[in-house]
Ligand binder design. Structure first.
Ligand SMILES: Cc1cc2nc3c(=O)[nH]c(=O)nc-3n(C[C@H](O)[C@H](O)[C@H](O)COP(=O)(O)OP(=O)(O)OC[C@H]3O[C@@H](n4cnc5c(N)ncnc54)[C@H](O)[C@@H]3O)c2cc1C
Length: 494
């Protein structure tokens, strides 16, 4: 063990964290590492420390920062697929999964969440009290990473980004001090945290607006790929009407499973008031011959919905997304390129042993108005050229080598082709959603020069020694962002 590792472990023990400190060989350490998916995040840190409360986060951070040369990572739900973002090879990982307090204050009507909870657990507690928050859509995603990246929920069209509903953050800064950030106390930090990710401190509590729990009507209709054209037309129509019907949401999900001849397209719909077959979604439901029938649609609590929806994550995955303006021609191009991707991977990967997915979701420019009414965020969607679609491509393969040498380049080529097509018809958009980015993408530069300036100034003010820029190698660093008006890089170079 290196002298830095020894010193770090000694300091964490001195800080009173010995009983929540795990090192290689211990069962708790092995179990934590084994629980990480994607597999590429199983990096074998020198030690994992699991604080039980905010004070212990502060003690851990002080011990780590005072160990010269020590690098570290922070993890909540561990769902970010970007390499090194929630774990570290030569360093210490602060794992927040014991921070799972979830409380409701009936006087303020605020729900307070610690970062280590999973969304299905949040909804189970809240729904049992007749409450909800604007949170995640998948059972196992963590509260921490989801909320600091923005957060797309089933309610986004009516309530805005999840971060827009946060009224206060409790944050441990790099020097170990514990501060609050809200509209009146540290308001610059408050604004920066609304989409600015892990650049300013470790968030140990989010206070969110609550709302009354309603049942949600939802379901998935699965179509053969031959329905692609009809699905595209129905989707464009749906997105154009979404602002007027914000309670009805839909995203598209194309899926290739190993050894299945053709991919399928599913339409995932929901009405957050529990209304079955709402008018804005009827065009979808009228597409003939689904593989699964409309009777599969049900009215559920959000907890029941999430309990049914766990994205199986195993093997080596990579997801990467772009944004383009809403246009049927670009969607058709994406469908053609997605099919070409499957064929390319089939040739390179024996036994068809891979999964490939394409998720298409709306990003409406008008959502910026919802955010502005709540005090704003730093995502910069007010700069979009119009209403947009986010196209997210995921692959799952059996080895790191296949992911990096075959899967990733193929996904990049697909996205480059779609972007270049969108550009050729003047329907491109220069925006990346941080929570859907991969390693070599740089989202902050696409949030606009003003937001980048603000984020850099807030990072310099609250972390003057650049601890989170220089000693946390993983995640998206504001110091790497350009505050010049610059286009999205990597796709234009390809
Ligand atoms: C199956 C799946 C479904 C998804 N669905 C959605 C969706 O519906 N909507 C959406 O918007 N996104 C979605 N995402 C993306 C998701 O929001 C991000 O991957 C998010 O980062 C996951 O949060 P986490 O806490 O699980 O991640 P982690 O990997 O633990 O953390 C992500 C990043 O945040 C940092 N971080 C974590 N906690 C803290 C904290 N408390 N303080 C400071 N920094 C912290 C970490 O260091 C890391 O850099 C999905 C991802 C997956 C894999």
């Amino acid at each position: 063990m290196s002298s830095i590792a020894q010193s770090a472990i000694a300091k964490l023990k001195e800080a009173g964290l010995g009983d929540v400190l795990h090192v290689p060989g211990e069962q708790a350490y092995q179990a934590k590492e084994a629980s990480l998916a994607p597999f590429s995040q199983r990096l074998g840190p020198w030690a994992i420390v699991q604080p039980r409360n905010t004070e212990e986060v502060s003690k851990a951070l002080k011990a780590i920062v005072s160990t010269e040369g020590l690098k570290f990572a922070v993890r909540s739900g561990g769902h970010m697929w970007v390499d090194n973002s929630n774990n570290i090879k030569d360093g210490v990982t602060i794992d927040l999964t014991l921070l799972t307090k979830r409380t409701y204050n009936p006087e303020t009507k605020l729900v307070s969440l610690e970062p280590g909870s999973r969304w299905k657990d949040v909804y189970r507690d809240l729904v049992s009290q007749g409450l909800l928050v604007v949170g995640g859509r998948e059972a196992e995603v963590g509260v921490g990473g989801f909320l600091i990246g923005g957060g797309i929920s089933f309610f986004i069209a009516s309530k805005g980004w999840s971060c827009d509903t946060i009224v206060n953050y409790e944050v441990v800064l790099a020097d170990g001090s514990i501060v609050q950030a809200n509209k009146t106390t540290n308001p610059d930090l408050y604004l920066a945290l609304k989409g600015g990710s892990f650049n300013f401190g470790i968030v140990t509590r989010f206070d969110l607006e609550s709302m009354e729990a309603k049942k949600i009507w939802c379901g998935m209709a699965v179509y053969p790929k031959t329905a692609s054209d009809q699905v595209v037309d129905a989707y464009v129509d749906f997105v154009h009407n979404l602002a007027a019907n914000p309670d009805d949401y839909a995203f598209l999900y194309s899926y290739h499973a190993p050894l299945v001849k053709d991919y399928t397209i599913s339409i995932n719909v929901s009405d957050v008031n529990g209304v079955a077959n709402p008018k804005p979604l009827q065009k979808f439901l009228a597409i003939p011959d689904p593989i699964s029938k409309p009777e599969d649609f049900k009215v559920k609590t959000l907890y029941e919905k999430l309990a049914d929806y766990v994205v199986p994550s195993a093997n080596y995955t990579n997801w990467e997304a772009i944004t383009v303006q809403v246009d049927a021609r670009t969607m058709r191009k994406a469908a053609t390129e997605y099919e070409a991707l499957i064929e390319k991977l089939r040739k390179a990967i024996p036994d068809d042993n891979f999964k490939a997915q394409m998720v298409t979701q709306p990003i409406l420019k008008s959502w910026a108005d919802i955010s502005a009414a709540k005090g704003g965020n730093v995502l910069g969607i007010e700069n979009l050229p119009g209403d947009c679609l986010n196209i997210l491509i995921g692959i799952e393969v059996q080895s790191l080598e296949l992911r990096d040498k075959v899967g990733r380049p193929a996904v990049k080529a697909l996205l480059a082709a779609v972007k270049s097509f969108a550009k050729s018809i003047n329907k491109d958009a220069d925006w990346l959603y941080l929570n859907y980015c991969t390693d070599d993408q740089e989202p902050f530069s696409t949030y606009g020069a003003e937001n980048v300036k603000l984020l850099k100034a807030v990072a310099a003010k609250y972390d003057p020694n650049r601890v989170f820029q220089e000693r946390v190698p993983g995640g998206f660093k504001i110091s790497k962002a350009s505050d010049k008006k610059e286009k999205v890089r990597s796709y234009q170079k390809l």
